[in-house]
Design a protein around this ligand. Structure first.
Ligand SMILES: [Zn+2]
Length: 434
């Protein structure tokens, strides 16, 4: 990848606008909200939309019934809508079964979820695999409800249908793949789901432009857990092509970046992103794998053990706004989305450029001055670093050490190592070996 491919030019605003466009849609793990979301992404990249019917066995799971919601509300004893799905789709517990009833306040409260510690926020709740219905509201609203009879309505359907996901493959020169995955199963939550979708969409757009890259890039826009399990179940024979992978989630808040390593712990993706973050001067954290989080749980289950790490800013459940109405359009920032995009882009660029070389003059050091290689660096302020880069590359290029190995061992920036390797290749001292 060359700097002209760089996403620069302030794309943060554009990323944020996609978050805002997707925000109002009522998504769940199945249903029309997923299709509508894929329709919007599909206007930017040529998505393939796939559907698998309810009841399909996928690994140890079964594709659930499809859920769609038209309306939902609670009317107080005077007939006023005190909770209204049209004000916020978080007001309904996802996967609520249809209900139309008149209930006393005490019974309504058994179906009402609040956050006492944040009395103005509405929680996000789901009930995918246990049949029931419920509403979510602010504690302040719940406290204000007078005694009496309440009319409740959930106008939903929970019926045989499909699980839907979107896939976009950018074919490269090789069939070896880089996987980028994000979940799209949450309703109006901006950081948790929309930020990842947005950064993944932009990466897909950028990679789809220009000449084919070395790797093929596969983007998955899938419902969390059941989506990745379904995809893995259907592609068990092909997952060996995945050489590197990244799950993007919660990448738009103001916090600094957090990278969670793959189960392998030292896969190239782990090393590449660690190198990029460490060299960038950004505040960041690199944490070890744990079997909790997003779809890396499935990609890194022991039967697959794919080299897939996970990039977030403030991780899963570690911010109070997580899974509440406060994860809104104010919580996500254009500059954070842009910053995440830049780190992803640089990391993918590193993986594209990372290869092994063979020193064609391995007996003793080749005479660099005679080949004009000292001359070519004379006067440059980083001349000393460039000379060290040459010596390291020539010394380590026995066909077994990649440029990333050399960058790590020499403690020099990967970009310098890669650029210097090209110079040495042009001088006839190196040949690519892998
Ligand atoms: Zn979530």
């Amino acid at each position: 990848m060359t700097p002209s491919d760089s996403p620069g030019g302030g794309p943060g605003r554009e990323l944020y606008e996609l978050v805002a466009e997707l925000f109002p849609i009522c998504r769940s793990i199945t249903g029309d909200g997923v299709r509508q979301t894929l329709g919007i992404i599909g206007r930017r990249v040529g998505l393939d939309v796939h559907e698998v019917p309810t009841g399909t066995q996928v690994l140890d799971w079964t594709v659930p019934r499809e859920w769609n919601l038209r309306d939902a509300w609670v009317k107080d004893p005077t007939g006023r809508r005190v909770i209204d799905f049209h004000a916020s789709n978080l007001h309904v517990v996802s996967y609520s079964v249809p209900v139309r009833a008149t209930v006393p306040l005490a019974e309504l409260k058994r179906h009402l979820f609040t956050l006492p510690e944040h009395p103005d926020w509405v929680p996000y709740r789901t009930s995918y695999y246990a049949e029931g219905w419920g509403f979510c509201a602010s504690q302040r609203l719940a406290d204000s409800l007078p005694d009496g009879e309440y009319e409740v309505c959930v106008d939903s359907t929970l019926a045989d249908g499909h699980l839907t996901w979107g896939e976009y493959l950018v074919r490269g020169r090789s069939e070896e793949e880089v996987l980028v995955s994000c979940h799209l199963c949450h309703p109006s939550l901006a950081n948790d789901n929309l930020s990842g979708i947005t950064v993944a969409t932009r990466l897909a757009e950028l990679l789809g432009q220009g000449a084919p890259r070395r790797y093929s890039y596969r983007f998955l826009f899938i419902p969390g857990t059941i989506g990745s399990i379904t995809w893995l179940a259907l592609h068990q024979q092909q997952v060996g092509r995945i050489k590197h992978g990244l799950v993007l989630a919660c990448v738009g808040d103001a916090g600094s970046l957090t990278y969670k390593r793959s189960r392998r712990g030292n896969a190239d993706i782990d090393r590449a992103i660690t190198h990029v973050l460490a060299r960038s001067g950004r505040a960041h954290r690199v944490v070890e794998f744990e079997p909790y989080g997003y779809d890396e749980r499935q990609f890194c289950s022991p039967g697959f053990d794919l080299p897939v790490g996970s990039l977030s800013r403030t991780p899963y459940a570690q911010y109070p706004e997580y899974h509440t109405s406060a994860d809104d359009l104010d919580f996500v920032r254009p500059e954070s989305l842009e910053d995440t995009l830049e780190v992803c882009w640089e990391t993918l660029g590193l993986l594209e450029a990372n290869r092994s070389y063979l020193n064609l003059r391995p007996m003793g050091e080749p005479q660099l001055g005679r080949r004009g290689l000292y001359g070519s660096i004379g006067g440059r302020s980083d001349a000393e670093q460039r000379q060290m880069a040459m010596l390291w590359i020539l010394n380590q290029s026995d066909g077994h050490h990649s440029l990333l190995d050399i960058a790590e061992r020499s403690n020099l920036p990967f970009a310098l190592i890669a650029e210097t390797a090209t110079t040495l290749e042009h001088a006839g001292l190196l040949a690519a070996s892998g």
